[in-house]
Structure formats: structure tokens, C-alpha cells
Design a protein around this ligand. Structure first.
Ligand SMILES: NC(=O)c1ccc[n+]([C@@H]2O[C@H](COP(=O)([O-])OP(=O)(O)OC[C@H]3O[C@@H](n4cnc5c(N)ncnc54)[C@H](OP(=O)(O)O)[C@@H]3O)[C@@H](O)[C@H]2O)c1
Length: 277
């Protein structure tokens, strides 16, 4: 499997290093006009020559024809897939996107594109196994402790993180709300508290607080390698598949729709496309 990576920022650099160790990395894309274009990856990672070229996304079609990647892992920004998903689908390049601040419209587009096209996409705002287990636990707790308990999500991330709250925090809040709506008559959003400070890698806490006791579930990432591992696992999963998937599919944590996102679809889009989380 030939993997391309887009985004060589705080997380992308660690992902590049990890994929290189797995001997899975074929090329890295950077932004048009980036000073990194044309350099060897080793120069950017402050390592000896690695033999992996960094290419700009300019004339993407030509580069896909030359390098023929099977899967593209995306740690860039929503703009990249907005502009290039059609081209990637044209060249049968499957996608794992870890980018977190997609709009509902972006997600709808991915759903429609994967239905029509020949590629698979993993939409992974929460890429680690640990966070996916926390998502599952939070939904299970909400199905039992629904009366007399308040739910809050608290997330901490590094000072340069662009989106706030994080995609994972939003997903936790939606998952809990979704379960509570089913078992009790409420449609209150679950409050999310975001902290942006220093170089915190990522901590998500669900606080379940009753009158006499409380439960806390916390996931703390110690290293960005956790994101790289998840992305590599998702790439192995999506290679050869079609449709839109989430990380619960990658990790086999399915269950019956424990995390279905309330994605409002137009009537003609209602038929299922792959499995969406
Ligand atoms: N799913 C998860 O569990 C998870 C974990 C970690 C991070 N993330 C997400 O991954 C994304 C990146 O995070 P980060 O902290 O690494 O951000 P970052 O430090 O800002 O890095 C983003 C990188 O992507 C590049 N980029 C942005 N738009 C691009 C485009 N259109 N074409 C090509 N390259 C582009 C940037 O290039 P320039 O520097 O030239 O702008 C930069 O190198 C964010 O959405 C973040 O939330 C998700």
C-alpha cells in the first residue's frame, strides 16, 4: 500500500515520521508556494536524507499520476479536501481525514461523493482507539444514568489548535445527547469547556455529576504518535473499500449506531452509504 500524507504541521510531522518507520510513506504534500516544496522530508524533520519528496498540491493530478498513492492521510485543513476530493476520487485514491473542523455541508459532500465514486473515505475527528472507547463508555453510562445526572465535557489542547471545541469533544457531547434524548424527554446540548494552553497534546474528560456521587472518564494522549497509529490503522482499513466510514468501523466498535451523528440529509440522500460514524 502506497500512502501519501498531506499536512506537515504539529501533528503531520509526527505522522510522517511514524509512516516512514512503517515503510509505508510514498510522498508528502504541502501547500502551494510552501518553502518545503521540492525538499526531502529529512530536511523538514531535521533527519538525514529520507528519500521522500515533499510536493506542493499544485497540479495535483500530475503528481497522483506519477506517484500513484493508494491512500491519502490528511492532517491539513478542511480546504484541502474541499478543493481536491473530486481529483482524488478520479484517481482512485482512498482518503483518511483526521481534520476536525468540517462543516455539515463538507460531510454531506463526502457522503454523496463516496456513494457515487469508487473510493472509500474515513472521516476521523477522533482517531485514537482510547478516545473511541471513551465515546462508547460515555454512551453506555448515559443509557443508565439518565435521571438526576448532569453531563459536561471538558477538553484541553495545545495553544495553537485552530478549532475550539475539538471535534472529539463535539462528538462526545452529541453521543451523550443522542442517548439521553432517547431515554428521557430532553433536547439540551451537553456543555463543552475548552482549554487552550501550552503544548498539551489532548485530554478529553466526561463528567457525570449527580446529587450524591460523580463519575469521570478521561482520555489523555501522551504522544502524537497515538494519532499516527490510528491514521495508519485507518489507511489499512480503507484500502480496497468504498463508502464513508468512521473510526468505530476501523476499530470494530460498531454496536447498533451508538454514535450516529444527527447529520441532516435531504430526502433523496437518505439511503445508507457505507457505514457513517
Ligand atoms: N482526529 C484527531 O484525532 C486529530 C489529532 C490531531 C490533529 N487533528 C487535526 O489535524 C489537523 C492538523 O492539525 P495540526 O495541529 O497538525 O495543525 P497545524 O500545525 O496547523 O498543521 C496543519 C498543516 O497542514 C498544512 N495545510 C493546511 N491547509 C493545507 C492545504 N489546503 N493544502 C496543503 N497543506 C495544508 C499547513 O501548512 P501551512 O503551515 O503552510 O499553512 C500545516 O503544515 C487539524 O484539523 C487538527 O484538528 C486531528
Amino acid at each position: 500500500m502506497r500512502i501519501a500524507l498531506v499536512g506537515l504541521g504539529t501533528t503531520g510531522k509526527v505522522v510522517a515520521e511514524y509512516l516512514y518507520q512503517q515503510q509505508a510513506l510514498t510522498l508528502v504534500f504541502c501547500r502551494e508556494n510552501s518553502p518545503d516544496a521540492g525538499r526531502d522530508l529529512g530536511e523538514v524533520l531535521h533527519r538525514p536524507y529520507m528519500g521522500i519528496t515533499i510536493e506542493s498540491t499544485e497540479n495535483l493530478e500530475d503528481k497522483l499520476k506519477t506517484y500513484k498513492p493508494d491512500v491519502l492521510i490528511d492532517f491539513s485543513s478542511p480546504k484541502f479536501l474541499r478543493e481536491n476530493l473530486v481529483t482524488l476520487a478520479k484517481y482512485n485514491v482512498h482518503v483518511v481525514t483526521a481534520v476536525t473542523d468540517y462543516s455539515q455541508m463538507d460531510k454531506k459532500r463526502m457522503k454523496v461523493m463516496t456513494r457515487k465514486g469508487r473510493i472509500g473515505v474515513v472521516l476521523a475527528p477522533n482517531i485514537t482507539l482510547g478516545v473511541n472507547v471513551v465515546l462508547k463508555l460515555a454512551a453506555q453510562i448515559a443509557s443508565v444514568l439518565h435521571s438526576g445526572y448532569d453531563y459536561q465535557v471538558i477538553e484541553e489542547n495545545h495553544r495553537n489548535k485552530k478549532d475550539s471545541p475539538s471535534g472529539t469533544a463535539e462528538k462526545l457531547a452529541v453521543a451523550i445527547k443522542h442517548v439521553l434524548e432517547k431515554v428521557r424527554d430532553t433536547n439540551h446540548d451537553i456543555p463543552i469547556h475548552s482549554i487552550r494552553a501550552g503544548d498539551m497534546i489532548g485530554r478529553h474528560k466526561v463528567l457525570v455529576c449527580g446529587e450524591y456521587d460523580q463519575i469521570e472518564i478521561t482520555h489523555t494522549a501522551f504522544s502524537r504518535t497515538a494519532y499516527a497509529e490510528g491514521a495508519f490503522k485507518a489507511a489499512q482499513f480503507i484500502f480496497g473499500r468504498k463508502g464513508l466510514y468512521g473510526m468505530k468501523d476501523v476499530y470494530g466498535l460498531g454496536g447498533k449506531g451508538y454514535l450516529q451523528e444527527p447529520l441532516k440529509m435531504e430526502p433523496e440522500e437518505k439511503e445508507p452509504v457505507g457505514v457513517y460514524a
